[in-house]
Design a protein around this ligand. Structure first.
Ligand code: CU
Length: 530
């Protein structure tokens, strides 16, 4: 018996997905060139957002084709819904279109959402190969601006899809870059200035899976949707009209890949989950109801050297981990539940607030709740039954490698005021930090604040070398682009800023709690030429 908060919920309707082709004919529209004024601060660049060409997309025969994923439906349980697995797009030419959609989460009114390529909540999984040069065109079919950021991907700043690469309504934007990242699980999501929270909340985002030779050579589960399962974890709060509360911070209903009360049928063998905390603010301390051990095999930016055994795994918004769970000893017909063990934390842990209603309240706060029911089905002939003991050899940076150091402090201007970095809220016109190309730097992220945060930096993958609150957990000893910074903690990471320099196009660093980001907990840095 678990102390899961019982939820009173309406009968669930069938989810509706309408996959259609992207709109190919785009209306002419003006480019988004936002003039800015110099605020007079000492470290200010006056610049404009990148120009945004509107053009007609001609159908490219090499474009990746949407591949639907049929999930095993041999077992279904009363009161549960089969986990939706995002379809895949594989190749080097990707077309994405973000448009309004709806989901029938509840009886009665459908819930308005937004999604890519006809998906109603989250979008297709883009599968890329290290070494390929890819092109991605994003069409904005919303009635407001958006951007699409490739989270964790190392690329030129003007391809990053940050707040500067605005896609106006009815317009398209293209990014092209060489895939230089290690095999791991990355993601894409809107990053428009002060619209990230809203658009993420409504369902815009999706996975990017990068493959490479090292990972492909390992005997790991990698049959997508069968023994290699993508999981985007989030929760949402709904109004009486079934609408998603657009300023919701903590949801009342767990949505696993956008599926409420999700269950999945998995073979009795090793299975892999690629997990993204896609929340607005909530952390998840993952585990299984029977407290079984599982293994972390990859962090944000690649495999770890060897599988790291854990029974709990804390993830903050924006973080990804790949884990292996052994179902080999589970009887066919049995079930197992993945849960968030979020009870018992003191204030500062995102989701520890005890209120069930109000701005920071939620039915899922400060408790253990279910994420996914797993029904065990027969193993497959090609199933992986033993875990490799060695995965890769990461040459992670150490503190001794750093030749420059900077400190980013999380601050605020008094109770109730937005969080800021170094006492400055985000300003589109201000370059907060300048890093010289090819420098290995130590960044100290200091949080003397009243709440934990999720620090994310664009462009690089870093190595965490120190946490002031205790040892760096084994599962964090891999390449990272996002990390938990607990209340009253300093985290130091080391990163090399290489390959791409620009005096004009900045990268972002920010809290990945979308409400904090939109309210100003974000800064910009340039990687300048030597
Ligand atoms: Cu934050």
């Amino acid at each position: 018996m678990h102390d899961t908060t019982p939820l009173t919920r309406p009968t669930l309707g069938r989810r509706q997905f309408l996959f259609g082709g992207a709109a190919l004919a785009l209306a002419a529209c003006t480019s988004s060139s936002k003039s800015t004024t110099n605020s007079g601060a000492t470290d200010v660049s006056t610049h404009t957002t990148d120009s945004n060409a509107c053009y007609s997309i001609t159908t490219d025969t090499s474009a990746a084709v949407l591949q639907e994923v049929a999930v095993d439906a041999s077992v279904s349980t009363q009161g549960f819904n089969l986990l939706w697995i995002p379809p895949t797009l594989t190749g080097t030419k990707f077309d994405l279109a973000l448009a309004p959609s709806t989901v029938q989460f509840f009886d009665g009114a459908p819930t308005d959402t937004i999604g890519y390529n006809g998906a109603s909540f989250w979008g297709p999984t883009l599968i890329m190969t290290k070494g390929d040069t890819v092109g991605i065109t994003v069409t904005n079919s919303l009635d407001e601006e958006t951007t699409t950021h490739w989270h964790g991907v190392h690329l030129p700043a003007e391809m990053d899809g940050g707040p500067m690469q605005v896609i106006d309504p009815g317009c398209a934007w293209s990014a092209t870059f060489e895939v230089m990242n290690n095999a791991s699980t990355y993601w894409y999501h809107p990053h428009a200035h002060e619209l990230t929270w809203k658009q993420l909340n409504l369902g815009a985002g999706g996975f990017i899976i990068v493959q490479d030779d090292i990972e492909s050579a390992l005997a790991l589960p990698r049959t997508y949707g069968v023994d290699d399962i993508p999981l985007i974890l989030t929760s949402r709060k709904f109004g009486t009209d079934n609408a998603i509360e657009t300023t919701g911070i903590y949801g009342d209903y767990m949505l696993t890949n956008g599926t409420m009360s999700a269950e999945v049928n998995l073979p009795a063998q090793l299975v892999r989950f690629r997990i993204l905390n896609g929340e607005i603010e909530r952390a998840y301390t993952l585990g299984f109801a029977d407290d079984r051990k599982f293994w972390v095999i990859a962090t944000d930016g690649g495999l770890v050297d060897a599988p790291v055994e854990v029974s709990r795994l804390t993830m903050v918004p924006g973080e990804r981990y790949e884990i292996i769970v052994d179902l080999g000893a589970d009887a066919v017909g049995s079930d197992l539940t993945m849960q968030a063990f979020n009870g018992g934390y003191s204030l500062g842990y995102p989701g520890s607030e005890s209120a069930t209603t109000g701005a920071f309240g939620s039915l899922l706060n400060n408790t253990t709740f279910d994420i996914l029911r797993i029904n065990v089905i027969a193993s497959r002939a090609d199933g992986v039954t033993s875990l490799p003991t060695k995965l890769t050899s990461n040459a992670l940076w150490s503190a001794a490698d750093a030749t420059n150091e900077r400190t980013i402090e999380i601050t605020d201007n008094g109770p109730g005021s937005p969080f800021t970095f170094n006492n400055s809220g985000f300003d589109m016109n201000t370059i907060n930090e300048r890093v010289v190309l090819d420098t290995v730097e130590a960044w100290n992220i200091q949080n003397g604040q009243i709440f934990g945060h999720s620090f994310h930096i664009h462009d690089v993958q870093f190595a965490i070398v120190e946490r002031s609150t205790g040892p760096v957990p084994g599962y964090e000893k891999g390449w990272k682009d996002t990390c938990y910074v607990q209340i009253n903690e300093q985290v130091t990471f080391i990163a090399k800023f290489e390959d791409y320099a620009s005096n004009d196009h900045p990268f972002m660093y920010h809290c990945h709690m979308a409400n904090h980001e939109d309210e100003g907990l974000m800064g910009q840095f340039l990687v300048v030429p030597k």
